[in-house]
Design a protein around this ligand. Structure first.
Ligand code: SF4
Length: 711
């Protein structure tokens, strides 16, 4: 599209939830250079090492460029005809709920919207979930329980305006590097700013910490219950705020007192020094402008939702929300984890932040989509969340699965079981960009999809900011956009009338209209971007980054939520939740005596299908590894750089040992990126049980139990 021309195009980075703006230099059909977009409010020109290597990950090598049916290359018509014919046979024989979709925070909002509309609205199955379930489902559930909506109250500027920033369960320096850089600069500019890092591991984020609390894994809820009890005991609760804007304080405090006890008790239970713990409590309680930023270290737990609520309780009790530099701030892992939530990409949602149980929601969405005119019926109850979905496939209940832009054969816990389920599933459809992903081994039908630099659409970052991702290059070979693939399938299934989009802007327009559809008066939904209706193609092309809600009253977006102390709950008040701390479900034992932690590394993204293509990114950590405390290494007779194996009840992991003082004794850490296409027995998911949070369905990926032995 830009042959013989050189130009610069603004787009966004496809990796983490910071959502940095990127300016790509394009010459002919090549991206020659990328740099940070100085005008994008997420990064103001900064990029991390992954973002600055984006152009090095492009090229046709390793790309999927042809549809495949039963392993044989074919054309689009044959692939889509076969797909829809097989899907229809399964629906007719086994019912609507026998088909399912598993999506990804890598999809653009427009792709997500049409996938959700097809599966829930027209195929009539509730079983559509997403890999965002592995990332921030607990944070979503906790926001909804306490604030009444899945709504991040803060923005990135709040991190810079805070007097105290608490990083808990977040290695910001590696996983959201540009935000870390912003925080570092803010601390330099404001010497009074304090930063506390709460994490079982000493990470690079500790470089800017005034206080580090290396707590026992899984004890976060207890630590924050202790904080709530301490605030009450030392008269540091903002009683005016609590009385005017919240409910449930007494019950939450009673539970906090009953479960946490005094400083010494909490410190012992969390394995912390009491003086350091009290310092943190004092700093938190005595500052109004506090941001607590949390991520997968909190969310990926069988009590993740409760942990998030324990944090939010403390903010509500102190009135530390709805102000500049204050609030509980969940930061998402993926570039569009939030955009997926906006369109109903989680199995417990219908669309546009409407859950199934919301009065009138089924009827409203059905009327908006005109499902009845095409004899379609929306499902009446939520579908299976990610782990449940693969359990249902293994049981034979779900017979057809369409996976888009994700690699569950690697990324889900108990990966061996997931692979058994995929092997047994009668129809597996995979939409994918790359040809060497593990999922292709299980696919009956493979659909070559476009990737970053080819796609057009929008994403929403961790501060609710909607940004455009723009196409830079023509798609290679026969690769097609995900939204086009879904719409072509819908047409063949007889739903063409509802899927006649010619361009993503038309999908975005419909999404914006649905957000404002019958959205007024009592029960008004917070997610509303109706002021973006009618942008047209040109307005969509020019769309500047903007934070939702975007309404007639807030046409330029909304930087911060709950400034008036009014919440989208029936009473208008925020809820404090009584939290009973629970230890990890995966127990260490004589057979599996070490606590396993998993996570990202600085220069890689997910299962390395893209970042693995850039040699300079591979140089940072070129092979799978195991971080081990020196005393554990001595106990198991393993030296630094030696190969070793971790074993859990359902799998093994091989890696090179790095003896690291950053580890607590009795705990090991492994990266989550490697898969079988890179290295044998290096999948972290092989070691994690498929145990989930009962509220959010998020797996306990951070707290496995393993044995260690030299290889
Ligand atoms: Fe920004 Fe995250 Fe991309 Fe790095 S990976 S450039 S921090 S969006």
């Amino acid at each position: 599209q830009h042959a013989d021309t050189a130009c610069q195009i603004k787009t966004t980075c496809p990796y983490c939830g910071v959502g940095c703006g990127v300016i790509a230099s394009v010459e002919g059909e090549r991206v020659t250079h990328v740099e940070g977009d100085g005008e994008h409010p997420a990064n103001f020109g900064r990029l991390c090492v992954k973002g600055s290597a984006l152009h090095e990950t492009l090229g046709e090598r390793g790309r999927l460029t042809t549809p495949l049916v039963d392993g044989r290359p074919t054309d689009w018509d044959t692939a889509l005809d076969t797909l829809t014919a097989r899907l229809q046979v399964i629906r007719q024989q086994h019912g609507n709920a026998s088909v399912a979709a598993y999506l990804s925070g890598q999809l653009l909002t427009e792709d997500y919207y049409v996938a959700n509309k097809l599966f829930k609205g027209f195929l009539g199955t509730p079983h559509l979930d997403t890999n965002s379930r592995l990332c921030m489902a607990s944070a979503v559930a906790a926001y909804k329980r306490s604030l009444g909506a899945d709504a991040v109250p803060c923005n990135y500027e709040d991190l810079e305006e805070a007097e105290l920033v608490v990083l808990v369960g977040s290695n910001l320096a590696w996983n959201h590097p540009v935000l870390y850089q912003r925080l570092k600069v803010a601390k330099t500019r404001n010497p009074l700013m304090r930063i506390v890092v709460i994490d079982p591991r000493v990470t690079d984020s500790c470089e800017i910490a005034d206080l580090y609390l290396g707590l026992k894994p899984g004890s976060d809820a207890l630590l924050f219950n202790g904080l709530l009890a301490w605030m009450a005991a030392t008269h540091r609760v903002d009683t005016l705020y609590v009385e005017a804007h919240t409910e449930g304080f007494v019950e939450a405090l009673d539970m906090a007192k009953a479960t946490a006890g005094d400083i010494a008790t909490v410190a012992q239970a969390c394995d912390l020094d009491p003086e350091r713990l009290e310092t943190f409590y004092y700093w938190f309680a005595s500052q109004l402008h506090v941001v607590t930023l949390y991520s997968q270290g909190i969310n990926q737990s069988t009590s993740g939702t409760d942990k998030c609520n324990a944090i939010i309780n403390c903010h509500l009790a102190g009135g530390k929300i709805g102000l500049p530099g204050a609030g509980p701030f969940s930061i998402t892992g993926q570039p569009n984890a939030m955009g997926g939530r906006e369109v109903g990409g989680l199995a417990n949602q219908l669309a546009a932040h409407m859950d199934y149980h919301l009065p009138g929601a089924l009827d409203r969405v059905s009327r908006f989509w005109s499902t009845q005119t095409l004899a379609a019926v929306l499902p009446e109850a939520p579908g299976y969340k990610a782990i449940e979905l693969f359990d249902a496939i293994e049981r034979g209940e779900i017979k057809a699965l369409w996976v888009m832009a994700t690699n569950p054969a690697v990324s889900l816990p108990d990966a061996a079981r997931v692979r058994r389920a995929l092997n047994a599933c009668p129809l597996v459809i995979v939409s994918e960009c790359v040809s060497d992903t593990d999922m292709l081994a299980y696919a009956d039908i493979v659909l070559p999809a476009t990737g970053w630099s080819e796609k057009e659409g929008t994403v929403t970052n961790s501060e609710r900011r909607i940004s455009r991702q723009r196409g830079l290059l023509p798609p290679p070979g026969e690769a097609r956009h995900d939204w086009w693939i879904i719409c072509e399938a819908a047409k063949r299934l007889g739903f063409g009338e509802a899927f006649g989009y010619a361009h993503p802007w038309e999908i975005f327009d419909e999404h914006a209209r649905l957000s404002g559809f019958e959205n007024e008066g009592e029960g008004k939904r917070l997610f509303d971007i109706s002021a973006l209706v009618g942008l047209g193609h040109e307005g969509y092309e020019r769309l500047s980054p903007i934070q939702w809600p975007v309404t007639a009253n807030a046409p330029h977006g909304t930087a911060r939520l709950f400034e008036e102390g009014v919440f989208p709950t029936p009473s208008g008040r925020a809820h404090l939740l009584p939290v009973t701390p629970r230890p990890p479900e995966q127990k260490v034992s004589d057979a599996y005596p070490l606590r396993l932690n998993t996570g990202r590394i600085r220069d890689q993204w997910h299962t390395m299908t893209r970042t693995g293509r850039a040699p300079r990114l591979m140089n940072h950590r070129p092979e799978p590894y195991i971080d081990v405390h020196p005393e554990d290494a001595a106990t198991y007779g393993i030296s630094d750089q030696q190969l070793a194996v971790l074993a859990a009840p359902h799998g093994r992991y091989r890696g090179r040992v790095r003896v690291a003082n950053a580890q607590r004794r009795g705990e090991v850490f492994i990266p989550m990126h490697w898969s079988d296409v890179h290295s044998r027995e290096a999948r972290s998911g092989a070691l994690i049980e498929g145990l989930t949070d009962p509220v959010s369905g998020q797996p306990e990926s951070k707290q496995g139990a393993v044995s260690l032995a030299p290889l």
